[in-house]
Design a protein. Structure first.
Ligand code: GLP
Length: 260
């Protein structure tokens, strides 16, 4: 069962997760961090940039992004290359050559998945993967129905995901139709998954992922197959959880030797 930590605000989730990552990086400077895009992880990146300003050195950290749009130039402000650069690389002081985002260029798309999997393998694997979740339960761009064994590949976005992401573009028609995304099988290889969710709009998908049947109809439910998952949510996102009392009880009695 995942450890579920309910916090009062996204800001406190950001502090909790950033403090954990920072202490891991201090012990292991070449830490491999899996980064997600979307609004949810922003408080973590904000808190991490504060740690960087306080002197934590992230310059040897390798980072791997979950996904990228297909056909959007890397220089487009909403490409995940740009988003990762803006929200993570620059504020944390990561070294650009150690940061990898799947290649969404049309000309080389046939081999994008395989090349990304090779880079991941060469890194020794992701130590901690930050995850958000879509309102329909998608992880990265693994839409409902995605195989739990899937690796990095091209995936067609659902109309619901395109509408949800239209806020970053002029209109839904400007949102690309395809993505290149780590598969659920890729994500499950990370050594520690940290799933974040905030707000009522995520409550159903979160409960289905944490407590519902393990089914490809809810890609987030793949986390139940992983040996080390920490779920950090606010009250609104936790509102549909059935075993909330147990999570709080377990957290209250957590042994001091057990970390995040
Ligand atoms: C996108 C990303 C996902 C992200 C999801 C939720 O589709 N590919 O990685 O988890 O949106 O986004 P948000 O955090 O903005 O709600």
């Amino acid at each position: 069962m995942a450890e579920v930590i309910v916090v009062s605000t996204p800001g406190s989730a950001g502090t909790l997760v950033a403090d954990h990552i920072s202490s891991r990086v201090e012990q292991q400077p070449q830490f491999v961090l899996g980064v997600a895009t979307g609004s949810t992880p922003l408080p973590v990146y904000g808190a991490l940039s504060e740690r960087a300003n306080e002197g934590v050195d992230f310059s040897q950290v390798q980072a791997f992004a979950l996904d990228e749009y297909v056909g959007l130039p890397a220089s487009h402000p909403e490409s995940y290359h740009s988003v990762v650069d803006r929200e993570v690389v620059r504020p944390l002081g990561l070294s650009r050559e150690l940061v990898h985002v799947p290649d969404g260029a049309l000309g080389s798309i046939q081999t994008a998945g395989e090349r990304f999997e090779q880079l991941l393998a060469a890194s020794g694997g992701v130590d901690l993967q930050i995850l958000g979740i879509g309102g329909d339960g998608h992880l990265a761009f693994n839409e409902p129905g995605s195989s739990f064994g899937s690796l990095t590949r091209v995936k067609t976005l659902t109309q619901a995901t395109r509408e949800a992401n239209a806020r970053f573009f002029g209109s839904v028609d400007d949102v690309p139709i395809h993505s290149v995304t780590q598969g659920l099988g890729t994500i499950l290889r990370a050594r520690h998954l940290v799933l974040l969710a905030f707000g009522e709009a995520k409550a159903k998908a979160l409960a289905a992922s944490v407590e519902g049947p393990v089914t490809s109809s809810v890609p987030g439910s793949a986390i139940q197959l992983h040996h080390h998952v920490t779920v950090v949510v606010d009250e609104a996102a936790a509102s549909e959880l059935q075993h909330r009392d147990y999570y709080d009880w377990a957290l209250q009695h957590k042994p001091s030797w057990q970390g995040l």
